[in-house]
Ligand binder design. Structure first.
Ligand code: PLP
Length: 388
């Protein structure tokens, strides 16, 4: 008998009546493209993270891409990032015409290891994209010190880090620019969607213009009563802006983010209490400088204490009707990155050995207590059946 009858997905968004009302309100307003709701969402999000400026976009990928362009990064440049991330953190470097350069991770947090950055800096290096994996902040003081010494732009990939704090300060208020994701599985959702925050007026203006065809004024300024038909194309921009349908959802999600984060925290406390003393498992850490956003709960298997590997562990959890995922397959193991840059096994040993051990368990505010208990029971059952 499986632990439960019905399959439990590893991630689901929390969509409630207020979210539905927010979207319906946008639809009824007659303004469904980027307009007043998107601008309100930008204002509230900037206030929430403590940044001077925010630009709402159609994805975090767009925020990362436009952030690089705003920093003036292009052909011939190199940008440092981590192998332990989603492909878009590095794809955007290639879209900008530059070369991604990978730095191995600290296996404890799975974030970029700042001690390994300087060895990868060359005269072509222009920026660093640190990724706050799972919602645990990177050691930003160390990263920023290196960036300042070498004149590098720091563009944080905060796809997991809405709500994360570093030394008491909100992620989004610290970097040269920060990119957030509101994709369906993330802590705050707009379906697809993202946001770039910055304190730099020049970066803000560039990203705003690039996100809407390179146009000098956006549609709201042109079509609203006080607007004017005239615009100028300042550069060949992109079409990366958010819509008011999405922003209707973003506003309702932001209003209840604290409550949703409280539920994540309760689930994490329960998981830690149940798994923390099991020698076969290593539970995720929250270092003293961190307020973790708990986007993901990633356990590491102590493979020397188990008779099965990670893939088999996942199969057995699936047989118990528990969904999981793996964050991430290191970038250099993907065919494109492997073949284009000639990476070999062993190039990023910490990322590779961590990858062999990790499983992301279900963690989201839509989970019931029964769901949470089922995850614990299923994991314990798989461990007990496969102890060495
Ligand atoms: C989800 C994710 C992204 C991409 O976000 P989109 O909004 O889907 O573009 C980028 N980086 C990381 C680390 C992610 O997990």
């Amino acid at each position: 008998m499986s632990t439960r009858q019905e399959f439990l997905p590893y991630a689901l968004p929390l969509i409630e009546e207020d979210d539905i009302a927010g979207v319906v309100d946008s639809l009824k307003s007659g303004w469904i493209a980027k307009g007043p709701k998107t601008m309100e969402f930008e204002k509230q999000f900037a206030e929430y993270v403590g940044a001077k400026y925010a630009v709402a976009l159609n994805s975090c990928t767009a925020a990362l891409h436009l952030g690089l362009l705003a920093a003036g990064i292009g052909a011939g440049d190199e940008v440092i990032t981590t192998p332990m991330t989603f492909a878009s953190s590095a794809n955007v470097i290639i879209h900008a015409g530059a070369k991604p350069v990978l730095v191995d991770i600290d296996p404890l947090t799975m974030n970029m290891d700042p001690q390994k950055i300087e060895a990868k800096i060359t005269s072509r290096t222009k920026g660093i994209i640190p990724v706050h994996v799972a919602g645990h902040p990177c050691p930003l003081d160390e990263i920023r010190a290196i960036a300042e010494k070498h004149g590098l732009f720091v563009l944080e990939d905060a796809a997991h880090a809405v709500y994360t704090k570093y030394k008491g300060q909100m992620i989004g208020s610290l970097g040269d620019a920060t990119a957030f994701s509101f994709y369906a599985t993330k802590n705050l959702v707009t379906g697809e969607g993202g946001m770039l925050t910055t304190n730099d007026e020049e970066v803000y203006n560039k990203v705003r213009v690039l996100s809407s065809h390179g146009m000098s004024r956006n549609a709201w300024n042109r079509y609203a009563q006080a607007g004017s038909w005239y615009y100028e194309i300042l550069e060949p921009g992109y079409k990366d802006n958010m819509s008011d349908i999405m922003a209707g959802l973003g506003l309702s999600q932001l209003a209840k983010l604290e409550r949703m984060q409280g539920i994540r925290r309760d689930i994490v406390d329960y998981y830690n209490a149940e798994f923390g003393s099991m020698p076969e498992l290593e539970v995720p850490v929250e270092l003293e400088y961190a307020r973790h956003a708990w986007h993901l709960y990633i356990i590491k298997l102590n493979l020397d204490k188990l008779s099965i590997d990670r893939n088999r562990f996942i199969e057995e959890l699936k047989a118990e009707n528990i969904g999981t995922s793996v964050h991430f397959i290191p970038l250099h193991m993907h065919p494109y990155y492997r073949d284009t840059f000639g990476y070999k096994p062993g190039d990023f040993p910490a990322a590779e050995s961590t990858f062999e051990r990790i499983i992301s368990l279900p963690l989201y505010p839509k989970m019931s207590w029964q769901d949470t208990r089922d995850v614990v029971e299923a994991v314990k059952r798989v461990v007990e059946n496969n102890r060495k």
